[in-house]
Design a protein around this ligand. Structure first.
Ligand code: ZN
Length: 196
């Protein structure tokens, strides 16, 4: 089932998520719905607050970054990750900071260069509540940090310099009012009800 994605300005995007208990009702169904919603948009990541749930849960499929590559890989190694992160904890951020143009399903049409540390170490549970302690770099580390921000009520635009953010303010207001072209289901917090 496709879920509505909360647009910029929604209070849901500002809530700090709560830990997901192992017996959370219909967690598998929720994860499947989040994956379906992410792929439909399409996006490479989706966090629970974006579907109006204040939970420490996000889904990522960064393999989509590499799908377009035509070249035949000599290495068998798979690029990108397809993973569910439950109750994640980034315990270390390290490596050189890199800049990358990020976007967000909650902020359609806006992409901006964001600086983030290049490598992370993170502990999390997968959808079967198996514990993992892993290190990521490159685009995987980037997407994880973006989604991890979401479960702490932080958006990528929060990382912009004040002057840059001011130049975007009108576009951000337009998004919260639903004045934006988007091809997936969204809920706009400041949309005026149409008069009949
Ligand atoms: Zn996002």
């Amino acid at each position: 089932m496709l879920l509505h994605i909360e647009a910029y300005g929604s209070s849901a995007l500002r809530k700090v998520g709560e830990e997901v208990p192992e017996d959370y009702p219909q967690i598998q169904e929720l994860i499947d719905n989040m994956l379906e919603t992410m792929y439909n948009a399409p996006g490479v990541g989706l966090a629970a607050p974006q579907v109006n749930l204040a939970l420490r849960l996000f889904v990522i499929d960064s393999t989509q970054f590499y799908d377009d590559e035509e070249e035949e890989d000599e290495q068998e190694e798979e690029k990108g990750i397809k993973q569910i992160f439950i109750n994640p904890k980034i315990i270390q951020r390290y490596g050189e900071e890199t800049s990358y143009e990020e976007g967000c399903l909650s902020i359609p049409g806006i992409r901006e260069e964001i600086l983030r540390p290049g490598q992370i170490r993170i502990q999390y549970y997968d959808r079967d509540f198996n514990f993992h302690d892993e290190q990521f770099d490159g685009l995987d580390a980037r997407v994880i940090q973006h989604e991890y921000d979401h479960i702490n009520g932080i958006l990528f635009t929060d990382h912009l310099k004040p002057m840059k953010k001011r130049t975007l303010q009108k576009s951000l207001n337009d998004i919260s009012q639903g004045k934006v072209k988007v091809h997936y289901k969204m809920r706009f917090p400041k949309q005026q009800k149409k008069r009949v």
